[in-house]
Design a protein around this ligand. Structure first.
Ligand code: AMP
Length: 395
């Protein structure tokens, strides 16, 4: 892996693919600055070594130019977060863009307009990629969140650089964190998989069965398994089409000596709402009209006992409908158990959309060893896929 330290940035202009795809409210204010902050170490490093930075990113999913998704709206905030004046260019290729990039002095930073205003970005267009590549002399990819996309600025552009391309520090950290779980994890290795549906996690479960010693299955996925095993699920979320597959997985886990852990009891509601009446059921005997929305107290205790003894822990997906405060106890408890294991020296990685949201919501983000910034990219890495953006850097 070629990293920042392997490149001499003195007097060079680095094209840095960052992930500034930040959430905005209706007044176009950034509601979560994590991604911009995460790019700062790489930018600071390049500037400190006498280089300049041309930042490339996308924002949202525009269809052609959309004023509300222009980086112009957030350029002042970007400067504030990065603690350096960031210039803005209203195009990303063409004579104006090229002139602006060419006139950049060491220590200066320039953010180009939202790449996805050009359809060629997502099409991975080669000509567009080549024109982007002319904006600098070195290519640095620091956008883990889009490393699974074969887009112009994330993948194809790298082909126009030979040895003068490298991982940014965020991308490096992300890759090392994933490797620490799936390649060189210290056993016992545990994966905690929650979330809504089995159908969206099939490849991940299969791939993880090759890597882990323990697998906790939680959240809405549970009831496809319990139904397949002859349990009563009430109104709980259940994918009947996947019952056979669930039985298959139980068999595979046995063959591979992976210990599967399901909830023992669940907290169910009489409707899908925070205010629903609550009742605790045995996981195999959920009453008619009741919907399991959280792990119960016995499950929390069992999960704690498993989590606390594992040395490597991966968490993907909440253990209940954590968005409802009255059904968030299982997710919070899992977070606390992982935090305790981490204090005791275990390595913990939280990745994939909603578990990251849960950890942030319950202010446990500082208690985990690493929180991934990439949803889809993280999931594809866990599925064992080589991400195109990473492959292109290594070529
Ligand atoms: P995913 O994107 O697959 O990780 O799913 C995350 C979503 O799963 C969250 O919005 C949770 O509210 C939801 N979820 C977790 N447990 C349950 C459950 N028992 N029933 C329904 N939805 C659930």
């Amino acid at each position: 892996m070629r990293t920042l330290k392997d490149i001499n940035f003195e007097g060079q202009r680095a094209i840095v693919r960052v992930d500034f795809n930040v959430p905005l409210d209706k007044d176009l204010q950034i509601t979560d600055i994590t991604r911009i902050k995460a790019a700062k170490p790489t930018i600071d490093y390049i500037l400190s070594k006498g280089g300049s930075c041309v930042l490339l990113s996308h924002l949202g999913r525009p269809n052609g130019f959309e004023q509300s998704l222009s980086f112009q709206n957030i350029i002042d905030k970007v400067s504030e977060i990065l603690e350096t004046k960031v210039q803005f260019c209203k195009t990303s290729i063409g004579p104006i863009a090229q002139t602006k990039a060419d006139s950049l002095m060491p220590g200066e930073v320039l953010l180009m307009e939202n790449l996805r205003f050009n359809a060629e970005e997502t099409e991975g267009d080669v000509v567009f990629s080549e024109r982007l590549s002319k904006l600098g002399t070195i290519f640095v990819n620091d956008a883990f969140g889009t490393a699974h996309r074969p887009h112009a600025s994330t993948t194809i552009i790298a082909n126009f650089f030979q040895n003068n391309k490298c991982f940014g520090s965020l991308l490096e950290k992300e890759v090392l964190a994933i490797d620490k779980v799936i390649k060189d994890g210290t056993p016992p290795i545990l994966a905690i998989l929650g979330g809504a549906k089995v159908s969206t996690k099939i490849t991940i479960i299969e791939s993880l069965l090759e890597k882990v010693n323990h697998l906790i299955i939680g959240g809405g996925m549970v009831y496809t398994f319990t139904k397949a095993l002859g349990g009563k699920v009430g109104n709980s979320i259940c994918e009947l089409d996947y019952c056979d597959y669930a039985l298959d997985l139980i068999d595979k886990a046995k063959q591979k000596n992976v210990k599967l852990h399901f909830p023992i009891d669940v907290v169910a509601g009489n409707s899908f709402s925070n205010e629903a009446k609550q009742k605790i059921f045995d996981v195999m005997k959920i009453g008619t009209g009741w919907e399991a929305l959280d792990a119960g107290p016995k499950s929390i205790k069992r999960f704690h006992d498993v989590i606390i003894k594992c040395k490597t822990i991966l968490w993907n997906g909440p253990l209940g409908v954590f968005e409802f405060p009255n059904f968030s106890a299982g997710t919070i408890a899992a977070g606390k158990s992982i935090a305790e294991a981490t204090i005791n020296g275990s390595f913990s990685l939280v990745g994939g959309g909603d578990s990251v949201a849960a950890v942030k919501k319950f202010k446990m983000d500082n208690d985990m060893s690493y929180i991934s910034t990439g949803g889809g990219a993280m999931l594809e890495s866990l599925e064992g896929k080589t991400l195109p953006g990473i492959a292109a850097l290594n070529q």
